[in-house]
Structure formats: structure tokens, C-alpha cells
Design a binder for this molecule. Sequence first.
Ligand SMILES: [Zn+2]
Length: 599
Amino acid sequence: MNLRYAIFPADPGAHLFQVSLELDDPDPLGQAFALPAWIPGSYLVRDFARHIVRLRALDPAGRRVRVAKTDKHTWRCAPLPAGQGLTLAYEVYAYDLSVRAAHLDTTHGFFNGSSVFLLPAGREREACRVHIFAPRERRYRDWRLATALAPAPGTTPGSFGTYLAADYDELIDCPVEMGRYVAGHFTVEGVAHEIAITGRVPQLDLARLTTDLARVCAVHARLFEPRSRRPPFDRYLFLAMAVDDGYGGLEHRRSTALLCRRDDLPHIGMKSSTEAYRRFLGLASHEYFHAWNVKRIKPAAFVPYDLARENYTPLLWLFEGFTSYYDDLALRRAGLLTPAQYLDGLADTITTVTQRSGRLKQSLAESSFDAWIKYYRQDENAPNSIVSYYQKGALVAAGLDLAIRAASAGRRSLDDVMRLLWRGYKRAGSAYAGITEDAVAPAILEATGVDLARTLRTWTRDTREPDFAALLAPLGVHAQAGPALDSPHFALLGCRVAGGAEGRITQVFDAGPAQRAGLSAGDQLVAFDGLRAGGGRLDALLARYAPGATVEILAFRRDELLRFEVQLAQHPPSKWKLALDPKASAAARRLRTGWLGAS
Ligand SMILES: [Zn+2]
């Protein structure tokens, strides 16, 4: 029996979707319904049910059935005679312009099923059918629809109509975009790929975009399936929302939702690729890699997802960190980054991770486990208390890859480990139980013959980091930390100050001059050694002082003016630079070429 949903963008001006769910055979003792508390891929309890505005339950004759809430995201209907059907009708307020929720206005509509489709308790395995209605008014008559959901017979892909999902998990894993998007198409080994771009992007170079995306997607598919080179789906959809400022992505099994800056997208006549465009390609690459790593290969804690509460895993460093490593590496392999550009990006990641003292206090396993209350809920103390499982996880992936390549004389790499995990997923089929933490080192050993169990433990359970100078030397890459010249006050004063006229301190770094003097996050800098300090003047002022100088800083804390004596400090050598060693041996060059391709 199908779960039959219908969704209607009833009032774009009021940001309201109308949703209904029909059940032929509800639980006669009182059917319960719930909305997920979180959306897979974004590890924070978001309580989507708070956006349900009005909910009614009706019997087949249209009479109201009593319904009561039993917890923050669950409703229960009154008992009904056996065999009597039930319809739920409700409104969802959709005004969250992110990749994680739902948004509806007069320019477009977007939703994740986890924001709009209530699940009848106990029926997560049942097939779903959803009718998606077009908005009523004439001004929306040119809206189209883009989703990775399968159209039912009679519905043309790209049009409003009926769509199908094998179960609730698939239903909420296929976001839907509606509006006047621009679409580009390409194929990877015969598999159709589409990118649908919403938002005004003047002079968009769609041909360049699809050509470059095709190259990136082909690299990922080739990594996992060196023989067939085919991705594990029949169709893939990139949904991109272009805005003036924004960044984010959320992975799904055969699509992704992206939020980007308009300026990240290429325009006709753009000669060389810009950093912003490479960043967009990196984001698309990241989400596409997730189609294997986290949407299919999964941590054991996500098999199956428990959508009512936090799902704790110590392994986000494997699922987000490794994906972050491969996102840019794929751009390099596709020829969209030069080796030097690739190494610059890796150096930036090393710099970012090593500049923050939180890395000495939290392990990657802890960072993963506590994502729900720490990484996703960062406050002003985050740099002093947490480590990013994205960034340090990417460094661990790089460290493992380099160690495997060096130990196997270039015959094996982290690619072999990913393929092993992928074969394990495919072999298990519906019995797939996911990856446990204990299984990672043995998988590396099995795939490569290299035993990195102890090393991996120090990098993920302890707070140690890969030593890149040592790991890169055998590959003919020189790594060194130098002065942090591009952010002088970062080290000299030891705090971060928001842009704008106010001069508000946003973060104070451990053991730095600002913290020692007692300056705190939230303080508003008024004067630095007798001169106005806000309005972006601080860097220029700091540049006039040598380390060791003592200055007077006046700052408001709430409405009280306070005076601080601050002894400025030396920049630590914290900015990493990676460079190809022109004098590398032939053996080192061979390893380097195996990793980064020809330079
Ligand atoms: Zn990710």
C-alpha cells in the first residue's frame, strides 16, 4: 500500500505549502505521525515540526478526527473503526533559504521531504507517491520542477505531476526545486546528469560549467569503478541556488542541493578560472563524492537513520574529512587545478587546523561524536575548544594517502581503501551494516598491505596530526611553516575583530596578548594607543608596532568603558607553504606523479 502525499505551493507570498497525506489503513488504535528532527547530512537537531502551522485529520466523509500532539514532532489521531481511511492536511511555513529545509516565495519553491512530509509511525518501508501541484496563479505558469524523484507513468520529467519513491528514506532524500531555473545537461558513461540553477546569473557560461562538472564526476566514478567507470545511479541532479552571498551543500543519493554565490559561477568570456569558480567546483565535487561516501558507504550508526534524535558516530572524519580530501584532489585529477594550486589549498587547510588550539583538546573521534552540540553549534570559543572533522579529517586522509604511497612504492593509495569499502557495500546488498571505527585500520591493511593502525589511532583518537614535512618529502614536495603575514593582528593581538565600523571582538585566541590582558569576545574596541580602532583601522595600526610593545586599548564591555594594557606578541610561524621540489629524485617524482599527475 502506498503512502499518498500531495504538496501544493498554496501561497508563495505567505511562504506556505499545503500538504496532505492519505492512508487507507491507519492504525485503528490511533495512528501516530512524525516529522524528522534532523536531516541526514546536517548533524543538528532542527525540529522541522516547528514550521507546521495548522494540522487537521479527516475521515473519508470529511469529518474531523481528533488529533493530539504527543511530543514536539509527533501527532496521534483518535482511534478509528478498522479499515477506515484517514487524511491529514497541514500547512508548512517555508522560509529558510538553506539547503537543509524548505523555501517558498514568489520567485521559486524548494523543499526537502524532511521538512514537509509527515511519516506515519511504523511505515517507513512502504512505497510513497507524491503529487506535486503547480502554484495556481497565472504568474507562475512558466514554473518547472526539478527533482531526482522518479516520475510516475504519465508525468513528464521536469513537470508538475506525480512522483514515486521506494520508501520514506528515498522520499526525503530527493529535494525538489520549482521555479524558472536554467538547466544544463551532460553525461558520465551514458548516465544523464543535470544541473538546475535558480537565481539570476547574468551571462552564465553553462557550456563551460557542464564540461567541467562532467570531468569532475568522471574522475569520481573512475575511482570507485575503474572498469565500468559508471556511477551507481541512472540519473544525477545538481540543484544550485545562486545568491549574492551564501555557501553550502547537502548530499543525497542521486542529487545534491547547493547554495552558492552568483560570482562563483562562470560567465561567458571568463578567461582563466577564478578562485571562486574553483570553490564552486570543489563544492559540487564534494557532494558528488558523497553519493558513494556516506549516502551508500555509511557509518554503522546511520544504518538505518533514527530521524527522531541525534545519531552518534565517531567517524564523521571518515565521511566528511575523506570527502573533503577527495573534493579538491578530483579537481586536480580532472586538470581543473594545477599541482601548485592543489598544494596551496592543502597548505591552507594545514594552516587553518594548526593555528587553532582546539585541535590540542578535542580528538577527531570526539569532534565527530559531538558534532550535534559543538561543530554545528559553534560559539566564540570554538577555535579554542574544537577541531573540525572536515579539515583535520581531510589532513588525515592526505596523511594516510601519502603514507600508503610511500610504503608501497606507489603501487597502492587511499583510492584502494575507498574501493574496498565500496566493494563491501555492494557485496552486502540489503544486509549492509555500515562501517564501525574498529574496521577502518583493518580495511586499510587489507586494501594496501600497509599497517597504519597505530598512526591512525594517534590521529583520530589522540590529538596528534600528520607530519606533512616528513610525509611529503618522499614525494618531492617541500613543506614548511612560515610567518602568518596575511593576517597580522591574528597573532599579534590574538583576537578576531568583525569588519564594520563597530570594532567588535568576535573571538579571543588562547594564551594570546588579548586574552592575557582580559579582552573578551563581545568587547567593542574604541581606541588603540589613543587612536580610533574600529572601521577596519586595526590592521594598519598593528602594522606600526613591533612585537613586545605595550599599548593601551580602550573598549566598551556592554556599556562600561574599560582600559587594558596589552603587550603585543610575535607572530608564530603558522602559515604553511607546500612547493614542488625541483631537485626531487626520479623515485620521488614517480610517487608525486602517481599522486598529483604530471606537473
Ligand atoms: Zn560533506
